[in-house]
Write a protein that binds this ligand. Structure first.
Ligand code: F6P
Length: 522
């Protein structure tokens, strides 16, 4: 079974949306709340600990109903079913896409259960100190060596769940820049450090280079026999991991139906399980599972990821917005944006459709953002008064984890005030001069969540995963491959060869040739 292929621009709904857009595009919508006392109620979704308010958007009921028609015409329901039932919807790599199976507590595959058990046992032994290093000392530091999906998810979650963290220090080595690994090695002791090499393919240059540097550093103090006490691997490529010198016992397997950027739920999450304990890791999986059920079963009109995705399509394809921002009113979520950048842009940065034809409409959104309130003192000027329209997601939590109510009241006041100010502008107010004028009419979604728990974090991440999938379905692209990262890798191989052999003749491009010659001359 393959995904339905529908050119969205040829649907009835798209044509209707184009006409509808003509009515909405210049409309100053600030007065909609006074015109319709029900608006805030109408455009909200409540689900478990989540409250999505999407009333401050440039939409009316017709917009939503046309967007829902679009979802129907592109056969979204059928696509969701195909994903959850394991059809090979990642067609260009001939793979199913089943990260949802990693958290399906109703019918968990035996291989998933076994790996989770192995993760539980291992992380508990590390945390309790039962697992000892080569000189008999307990582990104090864990270093995750991996890049892309083998780094961004675990790091984002480890940061987000810092409040739940135990005594272990968790570090991440991703960049092939030797300065990065050198700085981490300054901080850790080979006798008390566990290294987790995370690579689905076990062929990623950066990860293998860093793992080799680290192993050599380790062997300056320890012997080959000690490697097994300090190095484990997470991979779908068992033979390459064993070739690297990791014993099979120390390999945590992952399946080829788990894409890198969706892999934090798999054994890739081992560093998370070490950082916050397996029970918290499992709670996060459960939160994601609940979100999966909501996505799969909820009517589209009250389906959080579907609504978020359709709103994003509305701005991207009709208002022609270039980017969308995400601002988290939680310091703990400070790594959410880099994580989403890979998830969203590696998935949906495509310009051929599912038939391999060049696309003549916009696809992948550019995601950026930061943490509130810091961002208010950085880029919010541009959100409020710049020439670009930037739809923004605001994410915040009602209950503070630290118990400091005073700080939290100020944080939340800013959180709510910003969406209001972006929407209202200085509408109906007298301003001294044009510099102090705020146009308003700036769209935002507010995701207000009860508390930052592992479970709620799991649901939040899963919602964003599903959002990008829905967008990919609407745009008629394959969201789960990433051929766009391959060319750079191939060119870098040739360039490295030229640098190492100091052979400029191997470099074709004149600009690159100059750059290489400058490097060689240094
Ligand atoms: O950047 C390309 C990519 O393949 C990502 O999709 C992936 O997350 C990352 O490289 C790392 O891959 P691996 O886990 O195989 O080392």
């Amino acid at each position: 079974m393959s995904l339905p292929s529908v050119n969205p621009t040829k649907t009835e709904a798209w044509k209707a949306l184009e006409n509808h857009f003509q009515k909405i595009k210049t409309r100053q919508m600030q007065s909609v709340f006074s015109e319709n006392s029900n608006r805030a109620e109408r455009f909200k979704i409540e689900w478990q600990d989540f409250y999505l308010d999407y009333s401050k958007n440039r939409i009316d009921t017709e917009t939503i109903s046309l967007l829902l028609n679009l979802a129907e015409e592109v056969k979204l329901k059928e696509a969701i079913q195909q994903q959850f039932t394991g059809a090979k919807i990642n067609k260009t790599e001939d793979r199913a896409v089943l990260h949802t199976a990693l958290r399906d507590f109703e019918s968990m595959k035996p291989e998933v259960k076994n790996t989770l058990q192995k993760m539980r046992n291992f992380s508990e032994a590390i945390i309790s100190g039962n697992h000892r290093g080569f000189t008999g000392k307990p582990i104090t530091d864990v270093v995750n060596i991996g890049i892309g999906g083998s780094h961004l998810g675990p790091e984002m979650v480890t940061e987000a769940l810092q409040f739940y963290k135990n005594h272990l220090q968790i570090h991440f080595v991703a960049n092939v820049d030797g300065d990065a690994v050198a700085e981490i090695l300054k901080k850790v002791d080979p006798e008390t450090t566990l290294f987790i090499i995370v690579s689905k393919s076990f062929t990623t240059q950066e990860t293998l280079v860093n793992a080799t540097v680290i192993r050599n550093w380790f062997l300056e103090k320890a012997s080959e026999n000690d490697v097994q006490k300090h190095f484990v691997a997470v991979s779908a490529n068992i033979s390459e991991a064993t070739n690297f010198g990791i014993s099979e016992n120390n390999i945590f397997p992952m399946q080829d139906w788990v894409g890198g950027r969706f892999s934090l739920w798999s054994a890739v999450g081992l560093s998370i399980s070490c950082a916050v304990g397996f029970n918290n890791f499992e709670a996060m999986l459960k939160g994601a599972f609940e979100a999966d059920k909501h996505f799969e079963n909820e009517e589209f009109e009250t389906n959080i990821p579907v609504i978020l995705a359709l709103l994003s399509v509305w701005y991207n394809n009709f208002f022609n917005t270039e980017t969308e921002a995400v601002v988290t009113y939680s310091q703990y979520l400070h790594k959410l944006v880099p994580y989403l950048q890979q998830a969203v842009m590696e998935s949906n940065g495509k310009s051929v459709d599912r038939n391999g034809e060049k696309i003549n409409y916009e696809t992948g959104t550019i995601v950026w953002g930061s943490v509130g309130t810091n961002a208010q003192h950085a880029f919010f000027q541009l959100l409020h008064q710049g020439t670009k329209l930037i739809p923004t997601d605001f994410i915040g939590f009602c209950e503070p984890l630290h118990g400091n109510i005073e700080n939290n009241n100020i944080l939340m006041a800013n959180f709510f005030a910003q969406t209001e100010a972006l929407w209202e502008g200085t509408h109906n107010k007298t301003v001294e001069n044009s510099f102090k004028f705020f146009e308003g009419n700036k769209p935002t979604n507010t995701l207000l969540i009860k508390k930052l728990t592992p479970k709620n974090l799991g649901s939040l991440i899963a919602f964003y995963e599903h959002k990008l999938f829905v967008q990919g379905i609407v745009w008629n692209i394959f969201s789960y491959d990433q051929w766009g990262v391959e060319l750079g890798k191939t060119v870098a191989k040739g360039t490295l060869n030229a640098i190492e052999k100091r052979q400029l003749a191997q470099v074709e491009n004149a600009s690159t040739k100059n750059l290489v010659s400058k490097l060689i001359a240094e």
